[in-house]
Design a protein around this ligand. Structure first.
Ligand SMILES: [Cu+2]
Length: 120
């Protein structure tokens, strides 16, 4: 009787553990699907990397300046403007409006330092 109870309890526990694993996997894969790219844009050699970033509404994007001089992230339509982001510094904005937002660095746009944020 004791053995049977123990086995039954073990079976229950295994079922429970497998369920948790399945649930964990499901939530992990859906998170990956919603956010395909890390929400960080590097500013290096006066280039935004990646040049185009697609995110879901409500996502916070962080720009990281890896150059040893200042950059900005400035929306062409002025939806956002970081002002100076010093060497080694970063700046984050949260995107709550769906749309396509071209942007640039005010210092290096003429050198081609431009990017696009797509919010879905
Ligand atoms: Cu710049």
């Amino acid at each position: 009787m004791k053995t049977f109870t123990l086995r039954f309890a073990s079976a229950l526990f295994v079922t429970f553990a497998v369920s948790i694993l399945l649930l964990t996997n499901i939530s992990c894969s859906s998170t990956t699907a919603v956010t395909p790219a890390p929400n960080t844009i590097n500013m290096k050699n006066s280039v935004f990397d990646p040049v185009t970033l697609t995110v879901t509404k409500g996502t916070t994007i962080t720009w990281v300046n890896q150059d040893n001089f200042a950059h900005t992230t400035t929306a062409d339509g002025n939806a956002w403007d970081s002002g100076n982001i010093a060497a080694g510094a970063s700046k984050a904005f949260t995107f709550d409006t769906v749309g396509t937002f071209p942007y640039h660095c005010t210092y290096h746009a003429t050198m081609g330092m431009k990017g696009t944020i797509i919010v879905k």
